[in-house]
Design a protein around this ligand. Structure first.
Ligand SMILES: NC(=O)c1ccc[n+]([C@@H]2O[C@H](COP(=O)([O-])OP(=O)(O)OC[C@H]3O[C@@H](n4cnc5c(N)ncnc54)[C@H](O)[C@@H]3O)[C@@H](O)[C@H]2O)c1
Length: 447
């Protein structure tokens, strides 16, 4: 059994001060429930910052690998993990009773959608496990993406009982993870943290913790404000991407170059931020998180959140639209899509990450497959595809393969692709994201 920290009989304000002092002198002990992309990243950051940290996960295999110093979670910064692991301050366990000896407990578990409805089973499971072992004097912080009210309505009751009361002898806050996978320009420490607690003392303690890990901590007045801030960020992207995706369709009909229009608008130094069209929105954040908002709006007010629902609908149509544009491009060259040899390059949801969740590229391939295309693919991060009825093994990317294709489909332009060579060698290069910037070439078609 881990050591149990003695309980502290203090007011909430004094308790927050006590925690802040322990965090500042790095004697605070941290437990992170959920060792996925989000949980392992914050656990490594806490250990690297000087705090003894235990990562807890239900997945015994993952815990075994991490305990042996093997970084097995896709997308987590290998250098940060290695730095944290070598300090000796990082350990891993499948046993949530380590919570009993912790000053700071983070919950970073999945919050998927099932049938377009939030599934908070993992938050409930983690909350229950934490509640079983929680000691007075601890701050608990939820990081999972969710709808406003989750921290107070779902998590808080699981932490209370046994004489404990959140906001009094246990502190509770919400702080969304905002990492952008694959974005080396914005590392963990460089992304400001939004923190909102149940009470000012809760916010104070949680903000002190993140103050050790990142440059800027932005405090808000409640857990709900912090929860909604995260959903606003991702909904903002969803809506703006839908805007340019619909604009791209209008431009194609009108014979106007979408990319030229966006580049021109982006010269305005205020009031405009460029977004770019593509074959659809993928990953497990942007397509999913806004659904928390639309679901909650319908549940609590009976009203649809119209703009967001429409944006999702527009983006969801993009894989089919992209497949149609590919079919048109082939048709203009006298080639039927049925039987056409199509080589897809890049099938992950965005460049330079190995994640195929909700990948629009694979949905494009599913449509082309349904039309009878003879498909092959290459992606440096993906060995095989087995989704939406598409089953393919990666081909080696050779000049012969490129030259023998009726069309090369640049769906997700990873940095390793030599775009100049592809444009020289391909009979038709369909560039779904204008990565080549070569839309003037007769053999290059851009979405
Ligand atoms: N991945 C991202 O880019 C990202 C960015 C921002 C926010 N988020 C959000 O953060 C949350 C976590 O995302 P993730 O990508 O790290 O998820 P993940 O699926 O990669 O990892 C979650 C981990 O939690 C573990 N787990 C589930 N229930 C548990 C329990 N009761 N006790 C211990 N471990 C448990 C799972 O075994 C898994 O290893 C989600 O709400 C997600 O939406 C993710």
């Amino acid at each position: 059994m881990p050591p149990t920290r003695p309980s502290i009989d203090l007011t909430a304000g004094a308790l927050a001060d006590h925690l802040c002092a322990a965090i500042a002198d790095h004697t605070a002990r941290v437990t992170v429930i959920g060792q996925g992309y989000v949980g392992l990243s914050v656990a490594a950051a806490a250990a690297a910052a000087g705090m003894h940290t235990t990562g807890v996960d239900l997945d015994a295999g993952r815990i075994e690998s991490l305990s042996a110093g093997q970084q097995v979670v896709a997308g987590v910064d290998d250098e940060l993990f290695a730095e944290a692991f070598t300090t000796g301050r990082m350990s891993f366990s499948t046993d949530p009773s380590v919570v009993a000896g912790s000053d700071v407990v983070l919950i970073c578990v999945p919050t998927p959608l099932i049938d377009h409805r939030p599934d908070l089973a993992a938050v409930e499971g983690a909350g229950f496990a934490v509640g079983e072992h929680l000691q007075p004097g601890t701050v608990v912080i939820l990081e999972s993406t969710t709808y406003p009210g989750t921290t107070e309505q779902i998590l808080q009751p699981l932490l209370e009982g046994h004489g404990r009361k959140a906001g009094h002898d246990v502190l509770l806050a919400y702080s969304p993870e905002r990492i952008n996978p694959g974005d080396t320009a914005h590392g963990f420490a460089g992304v400001p943290r939004v923190v909102g607690g149940l009470t000012p003392a809760c916010t104070q303690a949680a903000a002190a913790f993140y103050g050790q890990l990142v440059g800027i901590v932005h405090e808000v007045s409640s857990c709900r404000a912090a929860e909604l801030a995260k959903l606003l960020e991702n909904t903002f992207r969803l809506v703006n991407i839908a805007l340019v995706n619909e604009l791209a369709q209008l431009c194609a009909d009108q014979g106007i170059d979408t990319w030229e229009v966006i580049e021109a608008a982006a010269t305005k130094p205020f009031g405009f931020m460029p977004f770019y069209p593509g074959p659809g929105v993928g990953g497990h954040c942007i397509p999913l998180d806004p659904a928390y908002l639309t679901w909650q709006s319908r549940r609590d007010t009976g009203r649809p959140f119209r703009l967001v629902e429409m944006a999702k609908d527009i983006n969801d149509q993009m894989p089919i639209y992209t497949a149609r544009r590919i079919m048109d491009s082939l048709n203009e060259r006298g080639c039927a899509v049925n039987g056409a040899r199509l080589l897809a390059l890049g099938v992950t949801y965005k460049p330079d990450v190995g994640d195929v969740r909700e990948s629009a590229a694979i949905q494009v391939l599913a449509q082309l497959d349904a039309w009878g295309a003879d498909l092959s693919f290459h992606d440096p991060f993906v060995d095989e595809i087995d989704e939406h009825g598409v089953r393919l093994h990666r081909r080696e990317l050779t000049e012969d393969l490129v030259r023998s294709a009726d069309a090369v489909l640049l769906l997700t332009p990873h940095a390793t692709y030599d775009l100049e060579a592809l444009a020289d060698q391909a009979g038709l290069l369909f560039d779904a994201r204008n990565a080549t910037g070569m839309r003037d070439r007769p053999n290059v078609e851009v979405l």
